[in-house]
Structures are given as C-alpha cells and as structure tokens.
Design a protein around this ligand. Structure first.
Ligand code: 26V
Length: 797
C-alpha cells in the first residue's frame, strides 16, 4: 500500500465512518480513522485464512481463557501488516503526530498479569505460524482496575476501555447462546434433562488477530452477557422505571468486571457464574462449528483441541460430557473419553491459595447436573485406576485442579522446574497413576511485540546485522553472537540501549517529575505485587544500600535507579503495604541530598502492557527474585533478557532455563534452591537467625520499624517488619545476604561498560528460544496433535 493510498483510506474513514472532517477531527477521530484503514487490510487476510481452515477441513485449536491481556492493538497491527512506512508518511502528510495517535489508544487490560499476557502472546504466535485457532474469553466492560497513588497508597479506579468505540471488534448479534444456571434436574436412566431457573445470553464479539506479515489471521471471540428478556416495556409503562431495566443490569453484571472481589459470598457466586458462562458459551460454539462440518461426534478429538488456561474453564470437562451424553445420547463412558481426548489443561501456579475449589453446596445449587456428573467422573476414574481416593469432589469441595487433570489427556506446566514440582508435589499421586499425562511447555513471548515493536533501535541494529528472518525465526538471533566480539558493533548496541534509557529518563521527568541519570544502572522489577515475588526484599536491599551511601557519601558508589511497577490485588493488604512502603521510600530517598546522585526510586503508577513496552527496552538489570519454587515460570524475565538486560535472580521458574541459555557466568544468581527452601522453612527461627547474622538487614528492618520512611506514623509498616522478623514464609531474610552480595557483583560488573554491553548483547543473542512461536510448536506437537496450514502466499495475491 502506498502512502497516498493510506492517506486516502484514512481520510475516507475519517469522513464516512467517523463522521468528522479534517478541520474538526480530534486525536481520537484520527486514531479511529487510521485503525479502520488498517483494519480493512487485515480483514481480507483474516477471511482468507478462515476460508482455508474450513475448506481444508483443518483441526482447530480452541484456547479457553478467562483472561487476555492484549494491550494496545493499533501499532501491533501496523507492524504485522508491514504498513509502518505508508502510515508514517501519510500521518506526516496530514500533520498528525504518530506518538500521539498510538498513545491515545486505551490498553485492553482483560487480564491480571502473566497468565493473561501469555494468552495474548499465544494468539499472536498461532496467527504467525498459520495455526487455525480461536481464543475464547469474556468481554469485560471494565478490565483490570486503573492504579493511582494517593499519598503513596494504591487507589483503584475502574478501567473503562470500552467507553470509546472499539475499532477492532465486530459484534456478532447472530451468535447468541443461551446459558442456564440453577434450577433442577430430571434424571431419565443414565441421562438427564436440566431445567435451569435462570438463563442469560452470551453474545459474541470478534477481534481479528493477524500474524507476522499478515500471512494468517485468527479470531479472538469475547462473550458479552445479555439478558434473556431485555427491557420490560409493560413494567416501564406502569411507572416502575428502575425495575424495568433490572434484568438488563443483572445480566450485564456478569461480564462487567475481571476477577471480582471473591471475599464476599456474592463475589464468589459471580466468579463461578463467569467461569461457567464463558466455558458453556465457548463449548456450544465449538460444537456448533464442528457439527456444521461433521456428523460424527466421535471425530471431535481429531478436529478440535480445547486448551483450558488454568482451572478457570475446567468446568469444560463436565459441560462437554453433559452435552455429549445428556443431549446427544452418547454413552457416558464414551462421552468422557471423547471429552478427555479433546481437552488439555495448563497449570500456572502451585500456590495453595491460588488453587481453585468450589463448595459443593454452591456448585450443586448453580450447576446441579454438573455436580452429579463430576461425581460420576470421579467414580469412573476410581474404577479405571483402582484407587479409592483422588476424587475431584472431596471434603465438601470440588477441586478444580484435580477435575482439570482427570478430564484432560495432557496437563502441562509452564517451565521445566515448575513441571517437575507439579509431578513431585501437588499432582504427585495423579502423576503416578498417569505418568504420561504431565508434559512441560516452557512459556514464551512474541518477539513481534516484545522486541520488534517495543525496541525499534535494537531491532534495526539486529536486522542490519543478520537480516529480518529473526522476527519469525527467533532462534536466528544466535547469529548475533559473533558480533558481540566486535567492539564497533558493541558500541552500536550500547548506543541503542543508552538512547532507550534517555527516552525513559525524559518520560520519568515529564510524568513523575523525578530526574534520573541515564548513566545509572536501570534496575527494574515489574510484575504483580506479591509476597512470593519479594518486592520487599528489593526494597530492603535498596534501604541497606541507601544507608551505606549515607554513611560514606564520597566512596564512589555505582549510581542506580530502582524502578518498580505493579498492581496489588485490591483486598491484599500486605501487598498494598509494600506499594505504600516503596512510595514512602521514594519520597525520602529522592530528596536526600547526600544520596540522590547515586540512588533514585521510581514507581510509575498503573503498570500495564504499554508501560512494560516502555520500561523493558531501557533496562540494564532485570529483577527476578521470587522464592524458589513459587514462580511457575515468569514471562517478564524473558522479555528483559531478549531486550538486552542482565538478570539478577533465583533458581525459580524459567529463570533456570534463561540461565542455562545465556550461560551461568552471565547471570547474577543468588539464593536458596526450591529444595533448600523446603527444608530450611521447617527449621524454626530461620528469620531471626538470618537477621542476627546480617547487620545490614537488621539495620534496614529497624529503619522501617522506627518510622524512617513514615515519621508521621512510625508504626505504619509493622505488618511487614513483624512478618519478616517472626514468620517470613517467603524467606526474604534467609536470602537477603546472598542477594546483597549478588547486587554488589552487579555494581562491579557494571563498571566495565564494554564487558557489560557484551553480556547484555549475549542475552539478546541467546534468548530467541523464548519466542512463543517455539512454545506453540511444542503444544502442537505434544498436546494438540495438529499441524499449521501453509501460510498465505502474498506474492500470489
Ligand atoms: C493467583 C492468585 C489468586 C488469589 C491470591 C493469590 C494468587 C496468587 C497467584 C495467582 C496466580 C494465578 C495463575 C497465574 O497467573 N500464574 C502465572 O502464570 C504465568 C504464565 O504461565 C507465569 O509466567 C507466572 O509465573 C504465574 O504466576
């Protein structure tokens, strides 16, 4: 597409779709016009791919996920469609600022963190590989809350990404599916009729997901909840205005917010309803498509693979069995077999508090037939394996992980260590019964968004050096290795990183009014705020370093900028205290005349995908410091390495594999192993002993305890200091001394600029393996048994 054609297309949509002329158009109007112009190009490719998948009767992959953290779509679309040049030229011609347009798009934050972002990377990789696939999610009206700081405290505000028109979706009112809840069951022999007492409608909204170079496109289908009977005109006419709109409001609640507060009874109920709503609508849709092409349901596993992303859609097993058995009349055991061979389950955490269970009373009330089927599935599994325990339903609860395991033909972990821990801990007994079921598929990230798009300077250097094949064959980045020995090339690499750091420094100055020196170590920890991720260990080290500088301000310290980003779950008090502490520390330290040349603390609010894209390319040091055994994989760790940051980290999750690939000598390792954590935790008084043995740690803790960062309220952080002193389940104190040592190794290494840059470049060269293209190929081979379609040949078009 030429620039002139692009310009004409933008102007056309500005007038005829957006209904504005160039004189009155605002940034929003231009953004919408550009989005529609780009979307037109995508739609043709998307249809072509969809037509081929049908015509060639291909097996499809269905990715069921309650979360898709997709972020902004415009730039991604432009880059994958190779339209940057024509768009940039056209915008320049029209006098429109590119940055301003890109920044105007709200982030689609339909996810909490890693799990949702992984789903988004997977969608992009599937499209790039030409794998016929469809993502199913919920179209939350309000995605993840927006985070603001008020006196350093986190305040949550609703995120209203749908407030403006959403350029990328197509409403599909003709795809409307009835979803029932509650009611009663009438058993007829082995089968049953379910008469729900409440029915909602799931309405589809489709977003095209286009792969690299636009050579394949898939669909992300998001469900919106609608009332069965809309507005009650009779009631309205009787004067009962509020009641007339009630069904509508009730139904909308269901797709209103991501992960509602489940500390209340109503919150729990709503979450379970969301899970069933999402899963039942998706399963119906999958079967409708299947039955339009084939007439034998026994073929289902050959033509469809259903992946359940964590246990949130694990009710898919019983729901599929219910339809096959109750509605289609397939024998119960055969129905279970078909469902199992179709479904597979990914586990994303071993944290006990995050393993889902549902009380039998609630489940029985909301999904009476499913509750019966779960018991029959348990019963069948007992007969198959000759066991008498290991039920999904036990102790008054349905354990969704067990249900997921029993109803899947493959169960996967998301990094090598995590998968091994699944086998030896949470799923030990089930693994012994089904030793072939658990497989590992180490996570990955899409190099299109997480290198090409977010880091244009480094990407250009890479492409100038080895060509652009790396974009969809990231293992090609290996070809950069010889360049890392070339001083001239390393200078260019350093220049790219430095320019990224200058950009970030300017942004920090403008938005947060903090001045940082781009020659400092940019040390970044961005992720959800959680005890196991140990942001507070990083804070303690920051305090210890600050105190050391104060003791001796002229000792030639290595300047650091400590950057934090992340949201705390709204009712997770401890995590919120960690956020508050970081902000209180920033206030004190950034204005300390003795230390502020050497140390700054920066915590931009509202960490999201777009902020990640801004921060990661500017990082020198990536903080991956979770308690070993607790972080299933991590994916931020991969993004940092790929963008030429060095990692300081524990042997946890995918850090283990990152270290293997970049080389142990190029990784700042510290801390206990997962096994050591387990034995050490059993030794009473571990925290007190660690504190007694490390005066720096003791002093840092004491500084917090005595109100060093909250003089107006010295007791503010007692929750944190008491926990660390007396309990410290996540072993912050026991790992602190070694963490401090590793941080000083970082200082020493950073002093040799050329050597640091060489190792940073090696990180980029050696982490192409973490492309989500590789991950998806793994699922295709080990889990889905499916092949990609030949990519659309652009030359032939
Ligand atoms: C959920 C919850 C909910 C209740 C409060 C405590 C808690 C703690 C953790 C979680 C995590 C749920 C699953 C999840 O998001 N796992 C993440 O999945 C990523 C993609 O596989 C992976 O990289 C992260 O390591 C893993 O934490």
């Amino acid at each position: 597409m030429t620039s002139a054609e692009m310009k004409a297309a933008i102007l056309h949509h500005l007038v005829y779709t957006q209904g504005k002329d160039a004189v009155t158009a605002k940034t929003y109007d231009w953004r919408m016009a550009l989005s529609y112009a780009v979307r037109d190009k995508i739609v043709d490719r998307w249809f072509e791919a969809t037509r081929r998948a049908y015509a060639e009767k291909r097996k499809r992959v269905y990715y069921l996920s309650l979360e898709f953290l997709i972020g902004r779509l415009l730039k991604d679309a432009i880059i994958n469609m190779r339209l940057e040049e024509s768009v940039l030229d056209a915008l320049k011609d029209l006098g429109i600022e590119w940055e301003e347009i890109i920044e105007d798009e709200p982030d689609a934050a339909l996810g909490n963190g890693g799990l949702g972002r992984l789903a988004a990377c997977f969608m992009e990789s599937q499209a790039t590989l030409g794998l016929p696939a469809m993502g199913y999610g919920i179209r939350y009206e309000n995605g993840l809350f927006r985070q603001r700081f008020e006196d350093g405290r986190q305040v949550e505000e609703p995120e209203d990404w749908l407030n403006q028109a959403h350029a990328w979706e197509f409403a599909r009112p003709e795809v409307s599916i009835d979803i029932g809840f509650g009611g009663h069951v009438q058993e007829i022999g082995s089968r049953a009729n379910w008469y729900p007492s409440e029915v909602l409608i799931a309405r589809a909204h489709d977003t095209p997901v286009i792969g690299w170079k636009g050579r394949w496109g898939n669909t992300l289908r998001l469900w919106e909840a609608r009332p069965m009977h809309g507005f009650d005109l009779a009631r309205f006419n009787r004067g009962d205005h509020t009641a007339a709109a009630e069904p509508e409001a009730m139904a909308r609640t269901l797709s209103r917010v991501l992960y509602p507060d489940d500390h209340t009874e109503q919150g729990k109920e709503l979450r379970l309803k969301q899970e069933f709503f999402h899963t039942a609508a998706s399963i119906r849709d999958i079967l409708r498509r299947f039955e339009s092409e084939y007439d034998d349901l026994r073929l289902l596993p050959k033509k469809a693979a259903i992946q359940i992303n964590d246990t949130h859609p694990a009710i898919a097993g019983p729901e599929l069995v219910r339809i096959l058995h109750d509605e289609r009349g397939i024998d119960f055991e055969e129905a279970v077999g078909i469902a199992r061979n179709t479904i597979s389950y990914t586990n994303h955490t071993l944290l006990p508090e995050a393993l889902e269970t549902w009380g039998e009373a609630r489940m029985g009330r909301l999904l009476p037939r499913h509750m019966q089927l779960i018991d029959r599935i348990d019963d069948l599994h007992r007969r198959e394996t000759g066991t008498h325990d290991l039920n999904a339903h036990h102790d008054g609860k349905v354990h969704m992980g067990t249900l997921g395991f029993i109803m899947a033909h493959k169960v996967n972990g998301v990094a090598a260590l995590h998968t091994e821990l699944m086998k030896s801990t949470v799923f030990k007994d089930l693994h012994e019964l089904h030793p072939e079921k658990i497989v590992n598929e180490t996570n990955g990230v899409t190099p299109r968004r997480w290198l090409l798009s977010c880091n244009p300077r480094l990407s250009s250097l890479i492409t100038d050096s080895i060509g652009d094949n790396w974009v969809d064959h990231a293992e090609d980045l290996k070809k950069l290795e010889p360049f890392t020995e070339d001083a001239g090339w390393i200078e260019k690499f350093t220049a790219a990183k430095h320019a990224n750091k200058v950009d970030l420094s300017n942004w920090i100055a403008e938005t947060l009014e903090i001045s940082v020196d781009p020659d400092s170590i940019f040390d970044i920890q961005v992720k959800r705020i959680h005890e196991y991720k140990r942001q507070h260990m990083n804070l303690l080290e920051t305090i210890a370093y600050w105190l050391e500088i104060r003791d001796n301000p002229n000792a030639g310290w290595t300047p650091r900028v400590k950057i934090f980003g992340g949201k705390a779950f709204p009712n997770y008090i401890y995590a919120k205290e960690m956020v508050h502490l970081a902000n209180d520390m920033a206030k004190v330290m950034n204005s300390d005349p003795l230390t502020s040349r050497f140390l700054k603390v920066v915590f931009p609010p509202n960490y999201n995908v777009s902020l990640a894209e801004r921060l990661i390319p500017a990082a020198d040091l990536s903080e991956q410091i979770s308690t070993a055994g607790k972080e299933a994989s991590g994916t931020g760790n991969m993004k940092f390495s790929l963008n030429g940051a060095l990692t300081i980290g524990t042997l946890d999750g995918a850090n283990v594999e990152i270290r293997e690939l970049v080389g142990a000598e190029n990784f700042f390792l510290f801390g206990m192993t997962a096994e050591e954590v387990m034995t050490h935790r059993a030794e009473a008084g571990h925290a007190a002993r660690a504190i007694a043995a490390d005066p720096r740690l003791a002093r840092a803790l004491e500084t917090i305890r005595s109100g060093g960062f909250s003089p107006e309220e010295p007791g503010r952080y007692h929750m944190i200091t008491d926990n660390l002193t007396h309990h410290d389940y996540f072993m912050v104190c026991s790992d602190f001394t070694d963490y401090w040592r590793a941080q000083r190794d970082v200082d020493a290494a950073f002093a040799d600029k050329a050597e640091w840059a060489r190792v940073a470049a090696l990180n980029t060269a050696r982490t192409g393996w973490f492309s989500s293209d590789r991950t998806i190929r793994g699922y295709m081979r080990d889990v889905w048994d499916v092949e990609a379609a030949p990519l659309v040949d652009l030359a032939a078009e």
